[in-house]
Write a protein that binds this ligand. Structure first.
Ligand code: DAH
Length: 337
């Protein structure tokens, strides 16, 4: 067989496939050329007798024949199947279509991602920390006094080796600053653990997002601006933000931050207990003692930190009344979000 014979054969095969009038004619073409005893295997055998200089071109043309014919047959088969579907035998057009249920992401994951995205637009990056922490990272380095109630075994889960299950995401601040020099701009979502008896608003295992911003000359105005921006991105442009004096061991001054109630928009209703405000997060200026613990110079840098409960925000945004709904993995509940 010469190269020209092969080129002619290729044209003939494609023309036959193109001309096949129905599925069985097409199958006959397939068997004639591509079948185990068809022409193509024979052509492959002829390759060894082809003169040396023609060999590469011959091989290339055989491949083209095989690939183009296979693809053409596949396309025509699909076409025949399609026409069969609209009226051919054995196909019931009145059958309902096959429906594939789509999964949804868990509401906690959705809200966590939303919070992260808002802070990412401000240049924050995500930092991670382990659920099992040392007492030093979770309490000491965060300026928590030795007699602080949160250290109590009634509040915090301790392990036999003296470590604990972190009761907030704040130890990620400590870890991060120990490993990175300033400036710092991080956000850290994660699981936290407390010895709480489960009820509609408490769970022994919940989620927080921690934030930390450290640089030269960071002020309380930066904290207010950042968290006000966050509030508007999360709740919409009409939300108002209120900063109330508070106390946390790791910040000085400390604030609690309220947003206007998303249900009554500040007028007062059952959800906000008629106050018009909903408490959303804790924040403050990083205490110089914390900087000292991690080896930062409090004379050179200042910063703000904040922490918020993700369950609480999720429940507020979606109108969920019982935190336990979030952990029961009832698909009827989860698929609503
Ligand atoms: N760790 C606090 C808590 O669990 C939340 C918090 C408050 C975090 C103020 C902060 C902060 O970083 O500055 O309630």
């Amino acid at each position: 067989m010469t190269l020209q014979d092969l080129i002619d054969l290729k044209a003939k095969a494609l023309a036959e496939a193109e001309g096949a009038a129905d599925a069985s004619a097409l199958e006959a073409v397939r068997i004639e050329y591509l079948g185990r005893k068809g022409l193509l295997p024979k052509v492959m055998q002829a390759l060894k007798d082809v003169p040396g200089e023609d060999k590469p071109m011959f091989g290339k043309t055989v491949n083209e024949l095989k690939n183009e014919l296979t693809e053409l047959i596949r396309q025509k088969q699909a076409g025949f199947a399609g026409s069969g579907a609209s009226g051919g035998e054995g196909f019931d057009l009145t059958q309902p279509g096959q429906w594939q249920a789509l999964g949804t992401r868990h509401p906690i994951t959705q809200i966590t991602d939303r919070i992260i995205r808002i802070f990412q637009t401000l240049g924050f990056t995500v930092a991670d920390g382990p659920d099992i922490e040392t007492v030093w990272n979770n309490f000491d380095a965060l300026n928590t006094p030795a007699d602080h109630p949160s250290r109590d075994e009634q509040d915090t889960f301790y392990l036999d080796n003296g470590d604990l299950m972190r009761c907030h995401t704040s130890p990620v601040q400590v870890r991060y600053m120990m490993e990175h020099p300033p400036p710092v701009r991080i956000i850290s979502p994660g699981r936290c653990y407390r010895r709480d008896t489960p009820d509609a608003t408490h769970s022994a295992n919940f989620h927080q997002v921690e934030g930390l911003f450290v640089d030269e000359q960071v002020s309380l105005a930066d904290l207010k601006g950042t968290l006000s921006y966050f509030a508007k991105e999360l709740m919409g442009p009409d939300v108002k933000v209120r900063f109330r004096p508070h106390f946390f061991p790791f910040t000085e001054p400390s604030v609690e931050v309220d947003f206007t109630c998303h249900v009554c928009h500040g007028k007062g209703c059952r959800v906000c207990k008629n106050s018009g405000w909903i408490e959303i997060l804790g924040a403050g200026m990083v205490d110089p003692n914390v900087f000292q613990s991690v080896g930062y110079d409090p004379a050179k840098v200042t910063g703000f930190a904040f922490g918020m409960g993700i369950e609480r925000i999720t429940m507020i945004l979606y109108g969920i009344h019982d935190i336990r709904n979030l952990y029961e993995n009832d698909v009827r509940f989860l698929s609503q979000f």
